[in-house]
Write a protein that binds this ligand. Structure first.
Ligand SMILES: C[C@H]1O[C@H](OP(=O)(O)OP(=O)(O)OC[C@H]2O[C@@H](n3cnc4c(=O)[nH]c(N)nc43)[C@H](O)[C@@H]2O)[C@@H](O)[C@@H](O)C1=O
Length: 337
């Protein structure tokens, strides 16, 4: 049985990925800092659910604590590492940039050091569509320049991509970085739009509408997203012999077994339509509070997911109405409302 070390298993995406890998017969070693950026109880519940499977083990520790992380890695000797733990969130990075520096830069460096030492078969790590920053040519594809991060969060993820490329090159470490597009679904993060809107609508409190509703996101359903990750585990990049070996449209580096891959639904949804679907699902109209654009926010994201399709044969497919239906149903059951 192959062993996968997953960081961030008490988090939203890590939880779903671990569940999928366990269902497929992998052994999963989970590592999570249980930070209190949002309600820790939901993180504990996610770990409790995973622990029902005997092939899952949960370890609590901070990425910044290299000795702890490294000791565990050396004991477990995973075949593959999927690094999802991070300080996430676009807007919080204006309030507390240091949390991003510590978790995303130092923490990711520590994971890379472990991966190098163990010479794992494949290191896969999370980046974000936020690295596309001020780019306005849509849909976003992996080959375009990403030189205009609009928040420090995006800057740390962009830095992670560069850091990882250097290690892939120097140590021949097969590395894939995912650029996620606004992921949503059951067990979602309480700081994200869908959670906040659903809560506000069900409780009858006003919800803020940024940029007067002129916002677009490529909302990606979490079950689709982790299916993409699962398939990419088996698609480790191989260092090309020369530039001519790289297929057009592939982000493979000419000098390293390294690539970045968008995982998105390839559908640009207007935020007002998204909110309307939540209202319909809840059977309650939202009290709307129109506001200006928030500092650091980007008006639109939209993924070109051709590379994911080419590498895995898979393409996310859940529409936002279905995804919202699943989320609201989970939310009502979880909070008993
Ligand atoms: C890929 C990326 O994905 C996530 O970032 P995000 O796209 O900003 O996701 P979200 O669910 O927070 O926002 C979606 C949309 O909804 C708007 N929005 C939010 N919060 C309120 C809110 O409270 N009110 C209103 N009106 N709009 C809101 C917001 O302006 C945006 O148009 C991160 O988790 C991040 O970790 C990441 O990497």
């Amino acid at each position: 049985m192959r062993k996968v070390f997953v960081t961030g298993t008490a988090g939203f995406i890590g939880f779903h990925l671990a569940r999928l890998l366990l269902n497929e017969g992998f052994e999963v070693v989970g590592f999570d800092g249980m930070t209190d950026y949002y309600d820790v109880r939901i993180k504990e519940r996610r770990h409790q659910m995973l622990l029902q499977n005997q092939h899952f083990s949960a370890h609590v520790g901070m990425l910044e604590d290299f000795d702890r992380l490294n000791d565990l890695m050396l004991t477990e000797k995973p075949d593959v590492i999927v690094h999802l733990a991070a300080q996430a969130g676009v807007r919080y990075s204006l309030e507390n940039p240091r949390a991003y520096l510590d978790a995303n830069i130092v923490g990711t460096f520590n994971v890379m050091e472990c991966a190098r030492e163990l010479a794992v078969d494949h290191l896969l790590m999370a980046s974000t569509s936020s690295v596309y920053g001020a780019n306005d040519e849509m849909p976003f594809d992996e080959l375009e320049r990403v030189e205009t991060p609009m928040t420090f969060y995006a800057a740390t993820k962009k830095a992670n991509e560069s850091m990882a490329h250097s290690y892939a090159h120097l140590w021949n470490l097969p590395t894939t970085m995912f650029r996620f597009f606004t992921v949503y679904g059951p067990w979602g993060r309480p700081d994200m739009a869908l959670f906040k809107f659903t809560k506000g609508i069900l409780e009858g409190t006003p919800i803020d509408i940024y940029n007067h509703g002129e916002m677009y996101r490529d909302f990606t359903y979490v079950t689709d997203l982790v299916r993409g990750i699962r398939l990419l585990i088996d698609a480790a990049p191989v260092r090309p012999g020369s530039r001519d070996d790289i297929e057009p449209g592939d982000s493979l580096s000419p000098v390293a077994p390294f690539r970045v891959v968008n995982i998105g639904n390839s559908d640009k949804v207007k935020l007002l339509d998204f909110i309307e679907a939540i209202e319909q699902e809840c059977g309650i109209e939202a009290r709307r509070n129109y506001m200006d654009m928030q500092k650091g926010d980007v008006p639109a994201t939209w993924a070109n997911a051709d590379l994911l399709k080419r590498l895995t044969g898979y393409q996310p497919q859940t529409g936002y109405r279905e995804g919202i239906r699943q989320f609201v149903s989970w939310y009502r059951e979880y909070y008993d409302v």
